[in-house]
Design a protein around this ligand. Structure first.
Ligand code: ADP
Length: 320
């Protein structure tokens, strides 16, 4: 990753420059505020340690959304369960949503403690081949509000990237907070020396969500994070009784399909609204296992297939 992306505005000072976000060329750039608040500028020696730790991780996927509440964590969790359904694959799920960690609840492991050993923090195993790490494990109570400022968040993310003893993994799925914030810059920075397969962006069909997704895509381009594609969640509702399909969140501007086409990124698929998804997640169970024959599970599986297909063609397959 370089610090001047291809699509940068003319005279972009570079994302790592002291002038990032402050130069006159930055005016009007959608990432101006992100660059202006990004830190640190000097190369961090821990990037090398993260690289060593990540050497045992074949594929790294970052899950993003422009807005909260669109189903990003739900998708991250089901993606992890879906890939781990193949017992030959080792999967890790890292939750860096520091202010609202919901992964422990939806993976059925809230209240668990993480242990520190000589080889680092041990993640929590929810299945033999599926481990989870979240800031939620570090809170005394699930209701503790985590109001941490930039440098402290950056430090915690660094620890997560450097110190978690994942062992060898086929996939590391990283669930991030909504929007583009310090957490995203930190993760991109610490992974800058490791191969990242790419980002998956979750949205609902509504323009209000798509608007923010466009910003997210521009952010990825700016920091040279490849985009694997966009997933439209909460896309239509099929009444379980009469089977009539209705649009709860109508795609007034063409939905994610059109947005993906307009922005030149792959569309990975749509997942319908299904109350059983919320129920399984609240109970900390795998929706894919509990409702294998539902249209929503079929939608998840087809998206997971496409993600695995993209990963199997990535350079990291040959490296390992
Ligand atoms: P985010 O991580 O984007 O903030 P969550 O994954 O926490 O969003 O999802 C928000 C709420 O929506 C949760 O209660 C979740 O169970 C529910 N949800 C997500 N996707 C669906 C869906 N396709 N159908 C029904 N409920 C869903």
């Amino acid at each position: 990753m370089t610090d001047v992306p291809d699509n940068a505005p003319e005279h972009c000072p570079g994302t790592k420059s002291e002038d990032a976000g402050k130069a006159s060329a930055c005016a009007g750039c959608p990432n101006q505020s992100v660059c202006a608040s990004s830190k640190p500028r000097t190369p961090d020696p821990d990037v090398g340690r993260v690289k060593e730790r990540m050497a045992g991780v074949k594929h790294k996927i970052v899950i993003l959304s422009g807005k909260g509440g669109v189903g990003k964590s739900t998708f991250s969790g089901q993606l992890a369960y879906g890939i781990a359904a193949d017992e030959t694959k080792q999967v890790g799920l890292l939750d860096i949503d520091i202010c609202g960690p919901s992964i422990p609840r939806l993976m059925g492991c809230d209240g668990e403690q993480v242990h520190l050993s000589n080889s680092g923090w041990s993640p929590v195993y929810v299945e033999d081949n599926l481990s989870v790490m979240s800031v939620g494990f570090l809170l005394e109570s699930p209701d503790d509000a985590v109001i941490w400022r930039g440098p402290k968040k950056n430090g915690l993310i660094k620890q997560f990237m450097r110190d978690v003893d994942w062992g060898d993994l086929d996939y590391l799925i990283i669930d991030t907070p909504p929007g583009t914030s310090d957490e995203h810059l930190s993760i991109v920075q610490y992974l800058s020396s490791s191969h990242v397969d790419g980002a998956i962006v979750i949205t609902t069909p509504q323009e209000v969500s798509l608007l923010d997704v466009r910003k997210e895509i521009n952010f990825c381009r700016k920091v040279n994070l490849p985009i694997m594609g966009v997933v439209e969640n909460m896309s239509g509702f099929i009444c379980p009784k009469c089977k009539h399909q209705s649009q709860i969140f109508p795609p007034t501007t063409g939905g994610a399909v059109k947005m993906a086409k307009d922005m030149g990124i792959p569309f990975l698929g749509s997942i319908p609204l299904d109350p059983s998804i919320g129920k399984s997640c609240d109970e900390g169970k795998s929706f894919l296992k509990e409702h294998q024959d539902s249209p929503a599970a079929a939608a998840f599986h087809s998206i997971i297939c496409e993600i695995s297909r993209q990963c199997s063609g990535s350079p990291s397959e040959e490296e390992h």
